[in-house]
Design a protein. Structure first.
Length: 77
């Protein structure tokens, strides 16, 4: 899956939601989160985000790892 990280908080640009082919990016309050079971890892959302908040799970930067379980737990997966 892909993971949305801290730069989304306070930004919520929503460009990612417009390019995702499977519409698996959901409003989670202070930020958007990606449903891990629905994401097909196409990568389209990565360059679309103006604050570079989205990464493949294996490439989440140091210090942003807490957003991995946050994406999973929000959807109960
Ligand atoms: Fe949607 Fe593709 Fe981004 Fe997954 S990687 S959230 S399928 S745009
Ligand atoms: Fe957030 Fe970037 Fe999408 S700011 S809503 S991850 S385009």
């Amino acid at each position: 899956t892909h993971i949305i990280t801290s730069p989304c908080i306070g930004t919520k640009d929503q460009a990612c939601t417009e390019v995702c082919p499977v519409e698996c990016i959901y409003d989670a309050g202070e930020m958007y989160l990606i449903h891990p079971d629905e994401c097909i890892d196409c990568g389209a959302c990565v360059p679309a985000c103006p604050v570079s908040a989205i990464f493949p799970e294996e490439d989440v930067p140091a210090g942003e790892e807490s957003f991995i379980p946050r994406n999973y737990e929000f959807f109960g997966t």
